[in-house]
Design a protein around this ligand. Structure first.
Ligand SMILES: NC(=O)c1ccc[n+]([C@@H]2O[C@H](COP(=O)([O-])OP(=O)(O)OC[C@H]3O[C@@H](n4cnc5c(N)ncnc54)[C@H](O)[C@@H]3O)[C@@H](O)[C@H]2O)c1
Length: 389
């Protein structure tokens, strides 16, 4: 079978992963990298020896100049639609990063274009492919917890503090943390609950990453940098340095003094139409890097821990938890999510697999994220029926 030719758009952290992961496969060939700062694409080509990949600074030129079957869209959240629409119009299969987009209008544009194209978009809700969540889902579907009553999910993520020096800190770029971050988990809550969310209540606050008079705007100029546990690394990553040199903003913005309009900790409670109720907690002011999940129903309780790659099932009537075997060999990179989501996308392009998350499926997490943002802003319950396209 001929290799699938792929192009990657948006060569930041995620685009670097996508380009390198695709290049390592035997059945794909990376033919183009595109970034509005082309020096970033050039660096990835040279650093990883992606011989044969051409560099572009805009998606139109890339689509016209570099034949390919698939486009991997790794631009920031508020810039997915513009690239996805171009790629679909050019007849490509599309791997679109999560979240689908940041507004209902842009989600609708992607869904309609995907319908016209006959369904060529695969949305990267990669946690659905993590062996841990995949295994939990199988046990839920097999009836091991019975009728689901409660779902508790939480994420404590130290790396998330860096959002406060990146575009994710701005709603205009990422929709706020209820969308750019929580879309993963809101998607999982609905996937596991197996029902439609009716309403939710979100409470959030930003109490840590707020302006500090004793700190500078950039770590390199800051008199407390040497003792600050939140300072940026002294040596920037190559892509961060190149971004700064190209005028794309400094790599060492202060987490406290960079302007932001999102929150650093929050909890959302969701009520589903099948009687399930769920909560999700997100906290980026922590030293932990962990996602945990508890699903409890009429027949039993499942506990999952992504960092430890462990799942236990405690059946009702028998208090002894049973360890559920997990193929930890599969759980590499993002708990295995990244490897298996790319594998599944390539098989989708080849015609041998269907996406777990098409644009219509991914829309739900954006609707929930928008509702959570509104709920937290207004301190009021938000009805999902008000967030439809
Ligand atoms: N699924 C996951 O686990 C996961 C993990 C990390 C990030 N992401 C998603 O990946 C996407 C990228 O995130 P990131 O952290 O890599 O961001 P980033 O800022 O590191 O990289 C984004 C790149 O896109 C470029 N860009 C912006 N608009 C462009 C355009 N119109 N054309 C070409 N290039 C453009 C920027 O110059 C930048 O280099 C986001 O949607 C994010 O939510 C997903």
């Amino acid at each position: 079978m001929a290799k699938i030719r792929v192009a990657v758009v948006g060569i930041g952290g995620r685009g670097e992963w996508a380009a390198v992961a695709a290049a390592r496969r035997g059945d794909t060939q990376v033919v183009a990298l595109c970034d509005k700062i082309p020096a970033k694409a050039q660096w990835v080509c040279e650093h990883y020896g992606l011989a044969g990949a051409r560099v572009f600074d805009n998606v139109q030129a890339m689509l016209a100049g570099s034949p390919c079957e698939a486009v991997l869209v790794c631009t920031p959240d508020a810039y997915h639609a513009e690239v996805v629409l171009e790629a679909l119009a050019a007849g490509k299969f599309v791997f679109c990063e999560k979240p689908l987009e940041t507004t209902l209008d842009k989600c609708r544009a992607i869904i309609e274009a995907d319908d016209r194209a006959g369904g060529k978009v695969f949305v990267d809700h990669n946690l659905r492919y993590a062996p841990l969540y995949e295994t939990v889902k199988k046990h839920v579907e097999a009836g091991d917890v019975g009728h689901i009553l409660t779902i508790q999910a939480d994420e404590f993520y130290e790396g998330g503090k860096t959002y406060f020096r990146r575009w994710n800190r701005l709603r205009s770029e990422g929709g706020g943390l209820w969308i750019t971050k929580a879309c993963h988990d809101l998607d999982l809550l609905a996937w596991f609950a197996g029902g439609n969310p009716l309403e939710l209540y979100a409470a959030d606050a930003k109490t840590q990453f707020v302006p500090r008079a004793d700190a500078a705007r950039q770590c390199r100029h800051c008199k407390i940098a040497e003792t600050c546990i939140d300072r940026a690394p002294k040596e920037p990553k190559s892509l961060g340095r190149i971004t700064e040199e190209a005028g794309g903003g400094p790599y060492d913005l202060c987490l406290y003094n960079a302007q932001s309009d999102t929150f650093d900790h929050g909890i959302v409670t969701v009520r589903f139409d099948n009687g399930a109720v769920a909560t999700y907690t997100v906290n980026v002011v922590t030293s932990l890097e962990d996602r945990r999940l508890r699903i409890s129903g009429t027949a039993g309780t499942i506990d999952g821990n992504l960092a430890g790659n462990t799942i236990t099932l405690t059946r009702r009537g028998n208090r002894q938890p049973v360890q559920i075997p997990l193929d930890v060999e599969k759980a590499v990179e993002h708990g295995g999510a990244d490897h298996w989501v790319l594998e599944s996308f390539i098989r989708f392009v080849q015609g041998s697999a269907q996406p777990r998350t098409r644009p219509r499926d991914a829309l739900l997490a954006v609707r929930m994220g928008l509702a959570a943002t509104h709920s937290a802003d207004t301190h009021d319950v938000a009805k999902l029926s008000e967030y439809r396209i």
